[in-house]
Ligand binder design. Sequence first.
Ligand SMILES: *[C@@H]1O[C@H](CO)[C@@H](O)[C@H](O)[C@H]1NC(C)=O
Ligand SMILES: *[C@@H]1O[C@H](CO)[C@@H](O)[C@H](O)[C@H]1NC(C)=O
Length: 404
Amino acid sequence: MTALQMWCFWPVAALLLLLPIAPTLAEVVSSMSVCGHFLLEETPPQIPGVVEGGKILNQNRYKPICQTYRNERRFVTLYDVKNKIPVFSAYKYRGVDGKGRPKKHWKIEPQLENELANKNMMSKDKQISYKHQAVDTDFRSNGTFDRGHILPSSYACTENDKRSTFTLTNVVPQAGSFNKGSWSRMERCVQCVMDKYCTNSSGFTEGFVVTGAQPGSGKVLNNRVNVPSALWSAFCCYSADMQAWIASAHWGENVPDRAKNKHLQAKTLAELHGLLRTEDSEFAVFPGAQCPLHTTVAEFYPKDISCHCPPSDSPAPQSSTSASLTATSCSRSSTSAPCSSTSAPQTSTSAPHCSPSSHHTSTSASLTATSGPLSSTSAPRDSTSAPQTSTSTPHSSTSAPHTS
Ligand SMILES: *[C@@H]1O[C@H](CO)[C@@H](O)[C@H](O)[C@H]1NC(C)=O
Ligand SMILES: *[C@@H]1O[C@H](CO)[C@@H](O)[C@H](O)[C@H]1NC(C)=O
């Protein structure tokens, strides 16, 4: 047995040890929590029928993936192996260091086929027939749909972070003009707003982004891959400038843009929650967090369109806070050190904050349901499952990102 395989057995061992004390179903929560540091409050969204009360309901179908590239965890995805599309990807936006868009090099997730396989995303192995995920031939067989990124490469901090977004577990079949048009404009607007306002009290750019797909009920690519009916996205961050949490959301039908300059309407979190809840169950993007439910990015830019954000239909309420924001402009070229803050009075370093800190990774299967509940101190989230990491994480479960 190689060292690698040894580590792969860790979660199994941990599971056996924890079984007597872990409450039923808690394993799944904690498997999300293995990469909980990409989630605000380390809490996954509440998605009716998929994740409720922090628990994945059907663990055979919905697999949390700590997206690992070159032995580092880059973001987290909850993947639907039946529809072969992500439910959502979540990321901690820290600004951008890497230049441009890397060369496309599509990867797959080996552990979706075999839990003991390599933890890193990899190129497709021609010998293997992939039963639990989409592969590039699924997309090539059609040509009508783009491989639409859920976490966009443009949000990723380093060059390698960007490369890591080119995994087919992070894409959905997306109408081309929607992907390149209104959705892409929305992504740029939100990124610009985060660059401008999401500077936390330590002076670093930090915004929590969750983007997901609503499975469609009709179209299926290559008899395998669900074509989602809509995409949604939301962000939330603490803004030291505003001394407040700010948040906004977007939602767009997965159909070609009809108008050439179509803009998606900015939504509040409450509006998004209303769109995605079901009769039986509520939807919540950032459950338990302090994110405001009734703000939109449009409010942050009532007139100033330097972020190229969509014009808002209904005029934003001129609250005292939003009025004070308009003085500053936000263009992508402006500002300062990449991946760090635009205004970092207290920070002595201007180094990019792209380094993954503790998130080097276990070889352990991100996919196996292991370990204790989120709150459990015995969860092997960091220390036990990270053979290469010697330092402790600054994102321990006790550190709330909003302590002020
Ligand atoms: C692509 O897939 C869609 C949805 O299944 C289908 O309607 C369309 O005919 C396909 N096009 C081609 C060229 O296969
Ligand atoms: C600010 O953001 C950085 C980068 O994500 C993070 O390491 C730091 O802990 C955050 N500080 C606070 C007070 O949340």
